[in-house]
Write a protein that binds this ligand. Structure first.
Ligand code: HH2
Length: 283
C-alpha cells in the first residue's frame, strides 16, 4: 500500500485514524505485542504505511481490573519509543495515552504532539505540561479507576451526565492554561459504562457536539461488541468496523483503532457516503 502524504492532524478533511500501539504486557487485546521497543517502533511505522493519521502509544492498560503501573515503568515503556520514532523521521503526530503528568511532560519533550488522558485531566501536572507545550489534549470521560469503574456505571441520563462531566473537564483544562482550540473530547466507550450506556452514547454523538470540540471515539474490539455478538476479543473486527462507520456518519473526527487498514477503508467509505463526494486522491 502506498504511504499517505500525511495530512496534519485535524487540518485536513478527515476522518482521522488513530492507530493503537500499547507497549504493555496486559492490554486487553494487543497486550505483549508491542512491549519491546523495536516492536512498538515497527508497529507505529507499519500503521503509518497502512493509512493511520496518528499513533497512540500507551504504557499502562486501562482495562477494568488492570494493575496500576509505576511512573518509572511507564516512562521506560513510552519515552524511548517516542525518541526512536522521532530519530527515524516518523512523519505522523504521536499521541501518548497517559494520565500521569510526569509521563506526559517527558513524552512531549521527546517529541509527542498530543496527550490522550483517560482521566480527563485529573492530574494538575498533566494539564500544566500540556499547557506549557502547546500540544493537543484528549479529555476522555470515565469514572473511578480500572479497579472500580464497572461499579461506577450508574447514571440517570448517561448522555447528559457524560456531556456535563466533559464540560467540567474542559473548564478545568482551560483554567490550567490549555488553549481551547487544542482540546478534543471523547465519551469513553467502555469506561464505567454498560453495553446499553455505550449504545446510548454512540446513538447520541450529536449531543457531544454541544461541547464545541472535535470528537474522538474508541470502539475498537471492546466488550460491548462481544456482548452484542458473542465474538471473542480477537474476532471483533467486523463489529469494530460497524462502529467506526457509525461514528464517521455521525461526524466524529478521530477514531481510535487497532486494525488500521480495515478502519481506514471503512472510515473513507462512510465519509464518502456522508459527504456525497469521493475522498481526496491521497487516500
Ligand atoms: N480506550 C482504551 C485506552 N485509551 N483513549 C481514548 N481517548 N478513548 C478510548 O476509548 C480508549 C483510550 C482502551 O483500549 P486499549 O488501549 O486497546 O486497551 P488497554 O487499556 O487494555 O491498553
Amino acid at each position: 500500500m502506498a504511504a499517505r502524504t500525511g495530512a496534519r492532524l485535524l487540518e485536513g478533511p478527515g476522518p482521522f485514524i488513530m492507530g493503537i500501539v500499547n507497549a504493555t504486557p496486559d492490554s486487553f487485546s494487543d497486550g505483549g505485542r508491542y512491549l519491546a521497543l523495536a516492536d512498538a517502533v515497527a508497529g507505529a511505522e507499519r500503521m503509518a504505511e497502512e493509512g493511520a493519521d496518528l499513533v497512540d502509544l500507551g504504557g499502562e492498560s486501562t482495562r477494568p481490573g488492570a494493575a496500576e503501573v509505576p511512573v518509572d515503568e511507564e516512562l521506560r515503556r513510552i519515552v524511548p519509543v517516542v525518541e526512536r520514532l522521532r530519530a527515524r523521521g516518523f512523519r505522523l503526530p504521536i499521541s501518548v495515552d497517559t494520565s500521569k503528568g510526569e509521563v506526559a511532560r517527558a513524552a512531549l519533550a521527546a517529541g509527542a504532539d498530543l496527550v490522550n488522558d483517560v482521566r480527563a485531566g485529573d492530574d494538575p501536572e498533566l494539564l500544566a505540561a500540556v499547557a506549557g507545550s502547546g500540544a493537543r489534549l484528549v479529555l476522555m470521560h470515565s469514572r473511578g479507576t480500572p479497579a472500580d469503574m464497572d461499579s461506577r456505571a450508574v447514571y440517570e441520563d448517561v448522555v447528559a451526565e457524560v456531556v456535563a462531566e466533559l464540560r467540567a473537564a474542559i473548564e478545568r483544562a482551560e483554567a490550567a492554561g490549555v488553549a481551547p482550540g487544542r482540546i478534543v473530547v471523547d465519551p469513553g466507550i467502555g469506561f464505567a459504562k454498560t453495553t446499553a450506556q455505550n449504545l446510548a452514547l454512540l446513538q447520541r454523538l450529536d449531543a457531544l457536539r454541544a461541547l464545541g470540540r472535535p470528537l474522538l471515539v474508541g470502539p475498537s474490539r471492546k466488550r460491548f461488541i462481544g456482548a452484542l455478538t458473542g465474538a471473542p476479543v480477537d474476532e471483533r473486527l467486523p463489529g469494530t468496523l460497524a462502529a467506526v462507520a457509525a461514528c464517521v456518519l455521525a461526524g466524529v473526527e478521530i477514531v481510535r483503532v487497532h486494525d488500521v487498514p480495515e478502519a481506514r477503508q471503512a472510515a473513507d467509505v462512510a465519509a464518502a457516503i456522508r459527504d456525497g463526494a469521493a475522498p481526496p486522491p491521497a487516500r
